[in-house]
Each structure stands twice: as structure tokens, then as C-alpha cells.
Design a protein around this ligand. Structure first.
Ligand code: F6R
Length: 614
């Protein structure tokens, strides 16, 4: 949520900031700005605009005098509004009163009203409605010749969460940044440093990065980097080598990141399986869990916590842990977890699922789980993310960067990883080697199953276009198809703005069926599984109310044909794997509906990737 870039070094700071902000635009895209330093007159210039980075870039062309040379340091921001509308005034960077200090901020300052009142009483004037502006004035008020000390003192007065970057005309070439609850990554490269809220803004310049911990304050001048704590004690943080390729964060010939990421699924799933499957023993090896067979055999209960798409993946995971390992499992909305004072028995295992590894509610659930003594495992995609680091153990998805705001490859990778974990846990319990082998073999087929759905893209597009102008849609399913239905509805509504609801197939008649008529299509994942007959009954109920029914059914299963208006075919596979091809078909359906409706697919309105506020 929101993106920060800061730069210190000798290169063209304006273009580095803009290209970093473009990489971060998926995190927030309602307004943007930069603060640049001109050494010859020791002045900061701030350019801000409502709208996207392209608008910012145009404003920079217009507003920055060609004769002025900006160098040595700068900061930039792309915003997802929390306090105050997405206007130019509310865009970051924010000035201090004397225009000597500029600040960009991600997060929420909870006590900003109180601080603002104090600053106003001292004669400070505010030009935005944001909580963030107080930081700029507060740093000015605390400044006594040392920028890092001023930032440290100012931060001490703030309650809430922040990732910030600060520059001052009094400290040419220096960027001070800090984090508490909102990520900051420091890219190290010869005689320059690039600071950002996300590695994607950094990888084109360097792959050597340091992830700040909460409470860290970094002071970078050119290539010199010093990290201190809030009590000004120097600390050492290990650098990590990022293995992302710049190509992975480009669209690679696809119209949208979302479509590219849908197509990456066979490869991403293959990477997540590589080296983990053990066909001989019918099990899976996941070293990052750091659990012995004895530990796994003792787990009395699994608590899964996540938000959004990751939550629906967790629902599938719950079925896996109960079906394969016989361990009672619950999936909880991460946002509720810490407020409900959950019961965590000794030896309980908590699994936090988060693509970004930065979702504020999921992170809070992790902290609550750790505090209550659970063994906490993270399932994250972003290496070095806060949840991955704080959980301290878990499994990475290795799905590659997900830039499209709508999560796609992360969902299928998450459920693949949970199937792996459930087999591994199951083998310490009742799951036999023979059944384990069958499951491992089926998992090995997942990339090929995913690829087979992608071959149906043209057919799915035609069906999507047929229903693209509907106002409402339902997705219904039972068993493993229930979470798949929920995810299908979420995907459709978030990128196409078509109102869509996911329901258990049997629940429709307990109320929502009242909404069905010939204008409301119902999408029904109904693979050739034992409960198919019951779902066919639910399809008939929908058709009796004149709703068009679109089935997602197994290739060659002709039982479905008479009960639907359109069919999307998926390959025959085991029940536990079926959510993968079904959800890929739903992703393509949502994509082509959104495209036909002319929507901004990669950056849907009001959304942002990585929700780092509560
Ligand atoms: C939907 C979507 C969101 C995320 C949710 C959790 O397409 O992307 O619902 O799944 O915000 O994000 P992570 O997985 O990063 O914790």
C-alpha cells in the first residue's frame, strides 16, 4: 500500500525515482510525487500530482526548469489514500514548514490529530489533510543539526505504523529512512543506495538488499549505509541476494501483468514442486518448516489465518489438513484473529498465508500466534518479507513476483504448497505410503494440468464476452469447489466491477436464489467428482429460475451438457487438485469480462497490492 523510493548517489535522480515509482505503482496509484535536490542553490523542489506515475512524469517535464541540475538525493511516493482524498495537496512528499525537509510516508499515524494540534499551537501551518504531514513538521521541530537524530526523536512521538524516507537541504546526499510495521528495503550498490518499500523498485539497479527490521533507522549517503535502532545503537543487518530477474517484472509481451501471471502458472507451480516431492516414500520434503516427524505427529490442531484470496486458499488448505493428515483445522480471517482472543492449545500450529508477506492483519495474527505459543509457519511468496521473517519458518511459494493487483499465480501456488504440507504431515500419521505416492504423483502433474486450461483460453474468452455486460453473477460450488467458487467471485468483482457473489451450492436456496433471473449468470465448477449429482441438482434449480448456467466441467464428462448453457472444460484430475484448473479458468473468465468492459485490469479502482494498513 503506497510506494516509497529514495536515492542517494551520482546518477540522474529524477529518472531513477520515476522508474522506481513505476515499478511500485501496483501498490497504490491515486497520486504521486517526488522531492529533488538542486545542489547549486541548496533547494528542494517538490512536484506532485493526483493520478498515476505517467501524470507525475508529465508534470515533472512541465514544472522542472531545464536549466536546474537535480542530483545527489531525492525521494518519491505513489499513494493509496487513507487520510484525505487523492488530491495533489495530499500527495507526498510533504514539506516541513521551512521547506528544508521533505518526507514520504507509508502507514498510518494514529496520534496525528494530537500532534497536529500541538504543532498548530506552535505556529505550524498544514497544507494537506493527511496524517503524514505531521512527520515533516515534527522532524523540523526536533532538528538540531543532525537529521538522523531529528528523525529518531520525531518517530519516538508517533503511534501507529510507518515506513518513511526523509531528506533535508542541510544534508546534501543523505537519505534517512525508517520502518515500523511498513517495509523498507535498502539496495546496496557501489557508491549509491536506493531505498524503497519493495524490492521491485530496486532490482533493476542492484540485487543486493537489506531488509530493515521494525525500529531500524537507516542513514545512507552515497554508498555509505548505517543502520541504528531507535535508541541510536548501530546494528548490523545481513544483506540478501534477490534472485528476481528484471524480465519477471516486465509484461513480457502480454497486455497486462494479470494475463502474464495467469500464464506463468505452469512454470511457477513447477518451481514450487521442484526438489520437494519424494515419490519413493510417498511424501514431501519441506526443509523450511524445521519440524521433526515427532513434532508433526503431535500437532493437535492447525489454525490458518489470511486475508482475501489467500484466505480462500486457506479454506482449501483446511480441507487438505483434515482430509490427508486428519488434523482438525480452522481457517480464520486474519483481521479478526487478534481481536477474538483465540484459543491456542499447546503444540498448535498456526499457518499464516500471505503472497506479499506484508499484509497488516495477517502480520498481526502471526504476532498473536507467536505470543500465545503456537508454532507459526509462514506461506509467503516475497522472500525476506516481514511475515516470512517474523514467523521464522515456513515455505516460500517461489512463484516469482506478482505485480497484477488481482492475485492469480499466488493462489494456485499457495494451495499446492498446502497440499505438500498436508501430505508431509499426513505421512507422520495415518496416510499410507501407497496413498502418499498417488498424491505425490498427482501433484507432479499439476503444471501440466494448469497448462491444459490455458490452452482453452480462446473458448473461455468467447464465453466471458457473452456474459460481460451482466450486472450480477453468482459462483456456486460444494466441497473443494466451494472455496473455488468464492475465489471466482472475488476475481470477477475486483477487476470487472461486476457484482459477483460466491456461495455454497446448497446455500443458494436459503436466500440468494431470490435474486436469480435470466439476467444473472451462475458459474458452477462441477468437475467429475462423487458430489457432482448434487451440484447438477443445484444447476437445475438455477435454470428453473431462468439463470444462464456456465459449468466448469471435466473434459469428456457429458453428464453436464444438458444442464448448462455454456461449458468451460478442465482436464480430468484428482479431487484435491481440481481447485487449481477451476480457478485458472475463473481467472481467465474474469480477465476477459474485465477486458470486454474496458476496465483497468492491473490497477482496479480503489485497490492496491499489499494491504499494509488495518
Ligand atoms: C485479491 C487479492 C487480495 C489479497 C489479500 C491478501 O485478488 O489479491 O484479496 O489476496 O489482500 O494479500 P496477501 O496474500 O499479500 O496477504
Amino acid at each position: 500500500m503506497c510506494g516509497i523510493v529514495g536515492y542517494t548517489g551520482n546518477a540522474d535522480v529524477g529518472s531513477i525515482l520515476v522508474s522506481g515509482l513505476r515499478r511500485l505503482e501496483y501498490r497504490g496509484y491515486d497520486s504521486a510525487g517526488v522531492a529533488l535536490f538542486a545542489p547549486e542553490d541548496a533547494e528542494l523542489t517538490v512536484v506532485k500530482t493526483s493520478g498515476k506515475i505517467a501524470d507525475l512524469s508529465a508534470s515533472m517535464q512541465e514544472e522542472l526548469p531545464a536549466t536546474k541540475h537535480f542530483s545527489s538525493m531525492g525521494i518519491g511516493h505513489t499513494r493509496w489514500a487513507t487520510h484525505g482524498a487523492p488530491t495533489e495537496a495530499n500527495a507526498h512528499p510533504h514539506w516541513s514548514q521551512n521547506h528544508e525537509i521533505a518526507v514520504v510516508h507509508n502507514g498510518i499515524i494514529e496520534n496525528y490529530a494530537e500532534i497536529k494540534a500541538h504543532l498548530v499551537a506552535k505556529g505550524y501551518t498544514f497544507s494537506s489533510e493527511t496524517d503524514s504531514e505531521v512527520i515533516a513538521h515534527l522532524v523540523e521541530q526536533c532538528y538540531q543539526g543532525d537529521l538522523r537524530a531529528a528523525v529518531t526523536t520525531a518517530l519516538d512521538r508517533l503511534t501507529g505504523t510507518y515506513g518513511i524516507a526523509v531528506i533535508s537541504v542541510k544534508h546534501p546526499g543523505t537519505v534517512v529512512a525508517a520502518r515500523k510495521g511498513s517495509p523498507i528495503v535498502v539496495g546496496l550498490h557501489d557508491d549509491e543506495t536506493i531505498i524503497a518499500s519493495d524490492v521491485s523498485a530496486i532490482v533493476s539497479r542492484t540485487k543486493q538488499v537489506v531488509f530493515l527490521d521494525d525500529g531500524d533507522i537507516v542513514t545512507a549517503t552515497g554508498g555509505d549505509v548505517e543502520i541504528t535502532t531507535t535508541s541510536s545503537t548501530p546494528v548490523t543487518r545481513e544483506a540478501t541476494l534477490i534472485d528476481w530477474d528484471t524480465d519477471e517484472i516486465e509484461k513480457g509481451g502480454f497486455d497486462h501483468f494479470m494475463l502474464k501471471e495467469i500464464h506463468e502458472q505452469p512454470a511457477a507451480l513447477a518451481t514450487g514442486l521442484r526438489g520437494r516431492l519424494d515419490e519413493t516414500d510417498g511424501t514431501v520434503r519441506l526443509g523450511g518448516l524445521r519440524l521433526t516427524p515427532q513434532d508433526m505427529a503431535r500437532i493437535p490442531r492447525i489454525i490458518l489465518a489470511a486475508c482475501g484470496t489467500s484466505y480462500y486458499a486457506g479454506m482449501v488448505g483446511k480441507y487438505y489438513f483434515e482430509d490427508f493428515a486428519g488434523i482438525p483445522a480452522d481457517i480464520q480471517q486474519a483481521a479478526e484473529f487478534r481481536y477474538r482472543n483465540p484459543i491456542i492449545e499447546p503444540d498448535s500450529c498456526m499457518i499464516a498465508i500471505s503472497q506479499s508477506g506484508e499484509t497488516a492483519d495477517t502480520l498481526a495474527a502471526v504476532r498473536e500466534g507467536l505470543m500465545k505459543g503456537a508454532t507459526v509457519l509462514g506461506i509467503c511468496n516475497v522472500v525476506g518479507s516481514t511475515i516470512a521473517r517474523e514467523a521464522g519458518r515456513g515455505v516460500y511459494l517461489h512463484a516469482g513476483p506478482e505485480i497484477g493487483v488481482a492475485s492469480t499465480k499466488a493462489f494456485t501456488a499457495q494451495i499446492t504448497v498446502m497440499a505438500e504440507m498436508a501430505i508431509m504431515f499426513g505421512r507422520t500419521r495415518r496416510l499410507s505410503a501407497a496413498v502418499g505416492r498417488d498424491m505425490v504423483r498427482e501433484l507432479a502433474r499439476v503444471p501440466e494440468i494448469a497448462a491444459a486450461v490455458l490452452e482453452r483460453e480462446a473458448e473461455i474468452k468467447v464465453i466471458a464476452e457473452k456474459y460481460a455486460q451482466a450486472n450480477d453473477a453468482f459462483f456456486i460450488g460444494r466441497g473443494y469447489m466451494f472455496p473455488a467458487a468464492l475465489e471466482g467471485a472475488l476475481k470477477l468483482k475486483e477487476i470487472s466491477y461486476m457484482h459477483a457473489e460466491g456461495y455454497h451450492a446448497a446455500e443458494l436456496k436459503h436466500g440468494p436464489i431470490a435474486l436469480l433471473d435470466e439476467k444473472v449468470p451462475v458459474i458452477v465448477p462441477v468437475p467429475d467428482l462423487p458430489d457432482k449429482v448434487k451440484t447438477i441438482g443445484n444447476m437445475q434449480e438455477c435454470r428453473a429460475r431462468k439463470s444462464p448456467v456456465i459449468a466448469i466441467a471435466t473434459e469428456g464428462d457429458s453428464d453436464i451438457d444438458a444442464h448448462c448453457d455454456d461449458i468451460i472444460r478442465i482436464p480430468r484430475c484428482h479431487e484435491f487438485v481440481a481447485p487449481i484448473p477451476v480457478v485458472i479458468a475463473e481467472q481467465l473468465f474474469a480477465y476477459y469480462v474485465a477486458k470486454a468492459r474496458g476496465c483497468e485490469i492491473d490497477q482496479p479502482r480503489n485497490l492496491a497490492k499489499s494491504v499494509t494498513v488495518e
